[in-house]
Design a protein around this ligand. Structure first.
Ligand SMILES: [Zn+2]
Length: 118
């Protein structure tokens, strides 16, 4: 959520504390630019970070990882669909933040095998 920009991020960077945000990368969630301004507003409770804000935070040292493309519950969908969720989300992170090793937390061994190939 966009509150990360104004709450956690400000505190973490000020104190030098490592922080990671796992973002949902699909177009319904993460847009290129935010329609909101640079100051906190109540709308931030329901808004997602934009890619430009993600890059801004990454430049400040925050890490980002995948939280899928559509916020799907991976154990509840077919393995091939889970793999697509992981691969397309990873591709989006690489496109917007550059290629790197993104943090990974996989819940099941079956999904871990799918993610290793991504
Ligand atoms: Zn979630």
């Amino acid at each position: 959520m966009r509150n990360f920009l104004f709450s956690c991020c400000a505190s973490a960077t000020k104190r030098g504390v490592p922080a990671t945000s796992f973002i949902v990368t699909g177009e319904s969630f993460t847009q290129e630019d935010s329609k909101l301004n640079g100051n906190w507003s109540p709308e931030d409770d329901a808004a997602y970070l934009s890619w430009s804000e993600v890059r801004q935070l990454a430049d400040q040292g925050l890490d980002f990882g995948s939280h899928t493309c559509t916020h799907a519950a991976l154990p509840d969908i077919p393995p091939a669909q889970a793999r697509t969720e992981l691969q397309e989300s990873l591709d989006a992170l690489g496109t917007y933040l550059g290629p790197q090793d993104f943090p990974c937390h996989i819940l099941t061994e079956e999904l871990r095998k799918e993610s290793v190939d991504c």
